[in-house]
Design a protein around this ligand. Structure first.
Ligand SMILES: [Zn+2]
Length: 123
């Protein structure tokens, strides 16, 4: 597992589970959570392959707005200071602006519903 995962979990105050085999169960040595319900290798989150998990953690913070703003500044500073046409700048921003409520939803299928509705309306 990428070492950045553990570093991020620790910065967020999330236990980076370390398993111990006790009474025929895997238990976390640090927080005592039962790990037996998950497959080995799934005990700790992989923030690299699941960036929405990073977003969920960052949104819990009081400085979430500052973090979000810093991403916008980094992403858009290059294009907005360029001499590209305003149409290209708008296209660039739209392409990178899927709202969080679609990206982070894992229960209602919001992005799926929106995609189906969009494609059906195009038929
Ligand atoms: Zn733990």
């Amino acid at each position: 597992m990428d070492p950045r995962n553990k570093k991020f979990a620790e910065l967020c105050g999330i236990c980076w589970h370390e398993d111990e085999w006790i009474n025929h169960k895997y238990i976390c040595k640090k927080c005592k959570a039962s790990l037996s319900d998950s497959l080995p290798g799934m005990w700790n989150p992989d923030f690299v392959i699941h960036p929405t998990l990073v977003l969920r953690e960052m949104m819990k913070r009081d400085d979430w707005y500052d973090f979000s703003h810093s991403l916008w500044v980094e992403t858009f500073s290059e294009v907005t200071t360029s001499k590209l046409s305003i149409n290209y700048q708008v296209e660039f921003m739209i392409e990178r602006s899927i709202p969080n409520r679609y990206i982070l939803d894992t229960t209602e299928g919001r992005l799926l519903d929106a995609a189906i509705k969009f494609m059906e309306e195009k038929q």
